[in-house]
Design a protein around this ligand. Structure first.
Ligand code: CP
Ligand code: NVA
Length: 307
């Protein structure tokens, strides 16, 4: 399968077969069955928001592959002084073989991609976090052996990046995804994204507002922070709105006994998840964090590696 030169902005742009191929590549690289290199290749890593995992996994990944990651804080680039997104993408493409970016607005990463002549990888925008979902799907394949037919329950803010990507990726690969959120428009998935995800699903997508019912027989229980980066002004309101949506022992007890607990991290113990769950035996959150590296290395070698 040839994915050379492609952008990786949203999982909507990739077919089920292409995603499965990338996951298989990542799993084989993790097991040491497949060795691929990006010798002397560079990846620009442009950040407008904070990061621990994304920055480290991309930078370490490029090093392990024989190339290098180049960290750029947007404040210290000319973007902060009015250079256009298109000119930035175009200029960067003269120095590096790939660009990854973590930006507030999804439109902005599209702007960089319009100017760029090398692949642009989305490292989180308001709308999507596709690299995280690739790591999550890789983790589920390791833990459960398959994705098709699983019941994946995502609890929390379904109107933002993490649910959008979870819904698109897992349902495309055959899972039945339930988004469990308070009954307020801002916490429901964006209509256009929901429609596209449903149209591409080989499993299903359902939105629910009743935790007890949705959790029944869940195989995978997923949550994310209630207050995402950039939403601090809404903190008080959000904490109140999500107060019945904490993943704790009682809620986990409604899932299947062998259900796994997932979280993209960073986590806030005592808010979206209790310490007993995230630090308990069903939690796979640190394997998930490690798998960022393996999922992304597969994306990097397939998109910017030699043909
Ligand atoms: N999950 C994730 O993207 O983590 P960081 O914000 O630390 O990169
Ligand atoms: N929804 C979170 C994800 C962090 C990895 C945020 O955007 O802050």
């Amino acid at each position: 399968m040839d994915l050379k030169g492609r952008n990786f902005l949203t999982l909507l742009d990739y077919s089920k077969e292409e995603l499965e191929y990338l996951l298989d590549t990542g799993l084989k690289m993790k097991k040491g069955e497949l060795k691929k290199k990006l010798t002397n290749k560079s990846l620009a890593m442009l950040f407008q928001k904070s990061s621990t995992r994304t920055r480290m996994s991309f930078e370490a990944g490029m090093t392990r592959l024989g190339g290098a990651g180049m960290f750029l804080d947007i404040k210290n680039t000319q973007l902060g002084r009015g250079e256009t997104l298109g000119d930035t993408g175009r200029t960067m493409s003269r120095y590096v073989e790939g660009i990854m970016a973590r930006l507030n607005n999804h439109k902005d990463i599209e702007g960089i991609a319009e100017g760029a002549t090398v692949p642009v990888i989305n490292a989180l925008t308001d709308m999507y976090h596709p690299c995280q979902t690739m790591a999550d799907m890789l983790t589920v394949l390791e833990k459960k052996g398959n994705i098709e037919g699983l019941k994946v329950v995502y609890i929390g803010d379904c109107g933002f990046n993490m649910f959008h990507s979870t819904m698109i990726g897992f349902s495309k690969l055959g899972a039945n995804v339930i988004g469990l959120c308070p009954d307020k428009e801002e916490y429901k998935p964006k209509g256009e994204v929901l429609e596209k995800a449903k149209a591409q699903a080989t499993g299903s997508v359902t939105i629910s507002h009743s935790p007890g019912e949705a959790m029944k027989d869940a195989d995978v229980v997923y949550t994310d922070v209630w207050v995402s980066m950039g939403q601090d002004a809404e903190k008080e309101q959000r904490l109140a709105d999500f107060s019945g949506f904490q993943v704790n022992g009682e809620l986990m007890g409604k899932a299947k006994p062998d259900a796994i607990f997932m979280h993209c991290l960073p986590a806030h113990r005592g808010e979206e998840v209790s310490a007993e769950v995230i630090d308990g035996p069903q939690s796979v959150v640190f394997d998930e964090a490690e798998n960022r590296l393996w999922a992304q290395n597969a994306i990097l070698v397939e998109l910017i590696g030699e043909a």
